[in-house]
Design a protein. Structure first.
Ligand code: HEM
Length: 508
């Protein structure tokens, strides 16, 4: 039986509530020692060697899609903790066997770096060639137990902190110009591809706000986003479909690695740009014991893969969710934003944004509905116990754990009406209590990235820029219309109208 999208939460709730499949009903004390849950053998299997992994990845990539792939297996095994294969698998990668954590209780185990190792698994069971990152294992692939992890994360924290005073101004400049360009495109052709404009604005903004350099004033010109996209495709190709007929798609992307020399000169152009643009930061890196070269490859990765990649995925998603909220919410949001800005002398400041509860809640809700990096991995450092809503499971040292975040953040036993976008969900004391279940940053929203954890180094920066996008939008416009199209590589947002705000004086 095919299941509809909206049945995810019901299914997660249902499956995790079932005790019939319990094989060993002896009670087991949980971490918090408040309840005793029955111990259950982890259900599911990996199929025959080679055949099982290839069949599973065809289901995942070509016939079912991620949501249905996980849903159907939860239903088959009546459990939200289960064994399955995750692409790519053979021949390009040897072992696709994982234990999947598909509810909001079991998922956070992946944040506990005492229990799980995060070495070389940023992209899951397949790790891209080091030739794509200058021969270095960059920060995202390091476990906190490795000395370089703390050093490199500290280096990034220093840059983010030293540049925080220019972020709002640079954002408003880059994205203000972007909306001006979108208006011109609307006048000319009646529509504007938000993704294209967003890519240029995001890369320009990141370069200016983090390093003080406008890429358009350098040899890179407007080519940054295109070069990044190609480089990212060489890293993530084995994990995705590019929309070719399935047999060819699978053969091209998952037989051997795409040869990295094909992007060598593109990568070099990005490297040269960062080496000059970030020269001041690179001099600082040497003082804390990181060579300029290693620091530069890391800055390139953090800016192009982590930051640009995140904004490229999340901003269109944010615009889509706001658009779907309709005219009443648009009016409430623009009132809230304009009133707070007026109270702060017409300036957009951190303080002013703290006084925008609807805006803050809406951003968290967009992250809950569509976490931009939906999959996380971790390898058990020792024999451990995984806890779901209703059972506990034993995991052996060395086994690979995997979490699909949307099933944790849309868990119906944690969130009311989990499949609905409720903009006000996180307002007030009860709403704030739920923030610990918003985990887009590889950690609870109520916690912070540290040198000894794997939470996103840019967490606060990301929240700030997401709020700024909406502020900019509603200071300039009363409402807007979009068209959505779904492609092999995701959703694309086309802006079809922008209704200018009645109070343009606030657009400073
Ligand atoms: C929407 C934007 C972003 C999203 C959704 C996002 C998400 C994530 C996630 C899920 C992880 C953990 C991956 C894992 O280990 O499994 C991560 C790690 C990381 N992110 Fe972000 N990120 C975003 C933007 C940024 C920005 C702006 C920076 C800039 C500094 C950044 C820097 C990093 C770094 C350095 C790590 C590795 C942290 C560590 O090793 O301790 N990210 N991010």
């Amino acid at each position: 039986m095919a299941l509809s999208f909206s049945s995810t939460a019901a299914l997660v709730t249902h499956a995790s509530g079932i005790r019939a499949g319990t094989q060993n009903p002896q009670p087991f004390k949980t971490n918090n020692q408040q309840q005793q849950l029955p111990l259950k053998k982890i259900p599911g299997d990996y199929g025959l060697p080679l055949i099982g992994p290839i069949r599973d990845r065809h289901d995942y990539l070509y016939t079912q899609g991620a949501d249905e792939y996980f849903k159907s297996r939860i239903q088959r095994h009546q459990s939200t903790v289960l064994r399955l294969n995750m692409p790519p698998g053979p021949p390009i990668s040897s072992n696709p066997n994982v234990i999947a954590l598909l509810d909001g209780v079991s998922f956070p185990l992946l944040f506990d770096t005492n229990k799980v190792e995060k070495k070389d698994l940023f992209t899951g069971t397949y790790m891209p060639s080091l030739a794509l990152t200058g021969g270095y294992r960059v920060l995202s692939y390091l476990d906190p137990s490795e000395p370089k992890h703390g050093l490199l994360k500290k280096f990034l924290f220093q840059i983010l902190s030293s540049r925080r005073h220019v972020v709002i101004e640079e954002f408003r400049h880059s994205f203000g110009s972007m909306f001006g360009d979108i208006e011109k495109e609307l006048e000319k052709t009646g529509k504007a591809d938000f993704g294209e404009f967003n890519d240029q604005a995001a890369f320009g903004f990141l370069s200016k706000s983090l390093f003080g350099t406008d890429p358009e004033s350098t040899a890179l010109g407007k080519e940054g986003p295109g070069l990044i996209l190609k480089w990212v495709l060489f890293q993530l190709g084995p994990l995705i479909s590019i929309g070719l007929p399935s047999f060819i798609d699978d053969l091209v992307l998952r037989t051997i690695r795409l040869p990295s020399f094909l992007v060598k000169s593109d990568y070099q152009r990005l490297y040269d740009f960062f080496y000059t643009a970030a020269s001041a930061a690179l001099s600082e890196s040497e003082k804390i014991g990181i060579s300029k070269e290693e620091a530069c490859h890391n800055l390139l990765f953090a800016t192009c893969f982590n930051s640009f990649g995140g904004m490229k995925i999340f901003f269109p998603s944010l615009v889509k969710w706001i658009s779907r909220c309709g005219a009443r919410l648009h009016s409430k949001l623009s009132n809230e934003i304009r009133t707070a800005v007026k109270l702060h002398d017409g300036k957009v400041t951190m303080r002013a944004m703290e006084e925008m509860p609807l805006l803050k809640s809406l951003v968290y809700e967009a992250f809950r509905m569509e976490p931009p990096v939906p999959m996380q991995y971790g390898k058990a450092k020792k024999d451990i116990i995984v806890e779901s809503h209703d059972n506990v499971f034993k995991v052996k040292k060395g086994e690979m754990l995997f979490g699909y975040q949307p099933f944790a953040t849309k868990d119906g036993r944690i969130f009311d009406r989990p499949e609905e976008f409720i903009a006000e969900r996180f307002i007030g004391v009860e709403g704030e209590r739920l923030l610990k279940h918003v985990i887009w940053s590889n950690g609870p929203e109520s916690e912070s990235p540290r040198l000894d954890n794997k939470q996103c180094a840019g967490k606060d920066f990301v929240i700030l820029v997401s709020r700024l996008l909406i502020v900019e939008l509603f200071l300039r416009y009363d409402s807007f219309d979009i068209q959505l199209e779904t492609f092999a590589l995701g959703t694309s947002v086309t802006i079809t109208s922008l209704k200018k705000a009645a109070a343009p004086s606030l657009q400073t």
